[in-house]
Design a protein around this ligand. Structure first.
Ligand code: NAP
Length: 537
């Protein structure tokens, strides 16, 4: 838990330098350094530079864009340990966690978007849907948005913004990035990765400053699209701001994920999976396990297994890689977790197990905590706790499990644990979330090919994969004639012959008999050819 004197020192350091963003290691509460805030009066020049660089970048081939992304990937691989350390120190998570869920996904993202952007975004011809349009052809193309803004949270300070940055660049956009105030050194690390990519000058800008001020400036300068990841409350505020100019917005917001364990599940795997997806990153994962619904017949056995894993976990300051969980990232979030757990205990919940501290824990630590005897009216069941806390609830029927899992305003991800894949898929299809994994949870955020995003208050739009790439673009149709006709059938002038021809066209397209097909074709063809290929005199 936080030592108040150190906390005071940290906030004093921040206050002393109102024009800088200070980085504090949440595990040790040591000041790590600071980053200068961007002078927002420079934004017009930054936008102008971004717009001119983007106009040229959009004309480059996918292969040319990919050559820059490859350099970034190579930099990430060469500097993986240093990057993991920066993330760990700025955010509080362990270096193993940072390597697995931040650095590795960034390299994978470079690779996937480099190799797949052209396939996903290249123009595609459409077939002719009806003989009536025999002279028409259409193509769907993806045009870059222009200057795309990315505003990201502190829980995955590297992998979330960097994945979107790569998607945006491969789709032909310029990027304005603003990372969370709690993780400014990761923002600098992203600058270094991008610098290794040797992008054209002006194509990428890292804007440092408070979220509200930066987003307001983005909207004022008519950002072409904003990709926001963060809390529901901020997402709603941004949507209201975006409404003024109907700025396209992608919102990746909170979650309170359910996990359903059926009686036939491999309980050892389910308990291991829950421990990872619930406690990893000190539970500060939008798509982490929070509510576990277990078939009553295996409930006690599952709780025993998960309690064992929870007790075996070590949390603390990462000195030798030998710990499962680091610190929480912010004092505020620690307070939310303490309040939710106290609320649950006051309403009758029981702590079945907690992790043990390894060494001194001066920072924002909360032990991995397994709760039982929980009810729907507890805060941890109704709201996002966003900490290393999981609650287990028994169910008596699959219908009950599905109903309880769906009983949330949030709908980010979920999971079903069973040896019966068909049953798992059938239940998965009924869960109101953007992703449902079978016998796994959370990790698909690291798969570049799978779209990520939530239902209900968990957000709007999709990031990652082909869907994420498409959201970085305007979808545009180009339509043309193959023969040089003067007019379409439905153009002026109108007459009773036009009326007859249109009826004949309808009957020709959807004949009720062979006679109607032949008759309508004989009526339509001469009129159609005349109308198409003669002048209106
Ligand atoms: P947050 O308070 O909403 O902050 C997120 C980002 O928004 C930060 O960069 C922050 O900047 C900025 N911001 C804050 N207030 C703003 C405002 N009024 N206008 C514009 N920008 C503003 O969220 P958080 O506490 O950092 O992140 C945790 C939340 O993110 C959780 O709810 C979690 O579930 C969610 N999340 C969702 C996903 C997903 O993929 N769906 C992934 C990760 C996290 P400052 O730091 O400068 O305030």
């Amino acid at each position: 838990m936080g030592d108040q004197s150190l906390l005071d020192r940290a906030s004093a350091a921040a206050a002393e330098h109102a024009n800088v963003t200070v980085s504090i290691n949440p595990a040790t509460l040591e000041k790590l350094g600071h980053v200068d805030n961007t002078d927002l009066t420079r934004l017009p020049a930054m936008f102008a530079a971004a717009r001119s660089a983007q106009a040229l970048w959009a004309q480059q081939s996918f292969a040319e864009r990919a050559s820059h992304i490859k350099k970034m990937r190579d930099y990430i691989v060469a500097n993986a340990e240093e990057l993991a350390s920066i993330v760990a120190r700025d955010n509080g998570k362990s270096r193993v966690d940072a390597l697995a869920t931040e650095v590795l996904p960034c390299a994978l993202a470079c690779n996937w978007y480099m190799k797949n952007a052209a396939k996903v975004l290249k123009p595609k011809s459409l077939g002719v849907s009806s003989i009536l349009f025999f002279n028409k052809r259409s193509q769907v193309m993806h045009v870059p948005m222009g200057v795309v803004g990315i505003i990201s949270p502190w829980n995955y300070p590297l992998s979330i913004p960097f994945g979107e940055l790569v998607m945006g660049l491969m789709a032909g956009n310029a990027i304005m990035l603003k990372v969370a105030a709690q993780t400014p050194l990761v923002g600098k690390a992203i600058e270094a990765i991008v610098a290794a990519g040797e992008l054209p000058v002006g194509l990428f800008h890292h804007v440092v400053g408070s979220g509200g001020a930066v987003s307001t400036a983005f909207f004022k300068h008519r950002i072409d699209k904003l990709f926001f990841t963060g809390s529901v409350a901020t997402g709603k505020q941004l949507m209201a701001q975006a409404a003024e100019n109907l700025t396209p917005l992608s919102l990746e917001l909170g979650g309170n994920d359910p996990m359903i364990v059926l009686a036939d599940a491999d309980l050892e795997r389910a308990a291991n999976g829950a421990a990872w997806a619930g406690y990893q990153n000190a539970g500060q994962s939008c798509g982490g396990v929070a509510r576990i619904y277990v078939d009553r017949r295996v409930h006690d056995q599952f709780v025993t297994l998960l309690a064992e894993k929870t007790r075996k976990m070590r949390h603390g300051v990462d000195t030798d890689f030998e710990l499962e969980m680091g610190a929480m990232t912010t004092h505020n979030q620690l307070k939310v977790v303490e309040r939710h757990v106290q609320d649950a205990l006051d309403k009758g919940a029981r702590i079945a197990a907690q992790s043990s501290a390894k060494g001194p824990t001066p920072g924002y630590f909360f032990p991995a905590t397994l709760l039982t005897n929980v009810h729907d009216d507890m805060l941890t069941m109704k709201e996002e706790t966003f900490g290393p806390v999981m609650a287990v609830v028994p169910f008596d029927s699959e219908e009950e499990a599905i109903r309880k899992a769906n009983n949330s305003d949030l709908g980010l991800t979920s999971s079903v644990w069973t040896r019966n894949q068909a049953k798992g898929k059938a239940i998965a299809a009924r869960l109101e979330t953007g992703v449902t994994a079978i016998n796994d949870h959370l990790y698909t955020h690291g798969l570049s090919e799978t779209p990520w995003g939530g239902w209900k208050l968990s957000g709007i739009g999709r990031t990652h994969g082909a869907h994420g790439l498409a959201e970085m673009t305007h979808t545009k149709v180009i339509n043309w004639d193959i023969l040089p006709a003067k007019r379409n059938l439905w153009w002026f002038p109108f007459s009773k012959h036009t009326h007859q021809a249109l009826l004949a066209a309808l009957r020709f397209a959807f004949p009720r008999s062979l006679g109607e097909y032949v008759g309508s074709s004989l009526k339509l063809t001469p009129y159609l050819l005349k109308k198409m290929f003669t002048s209106w005199k």
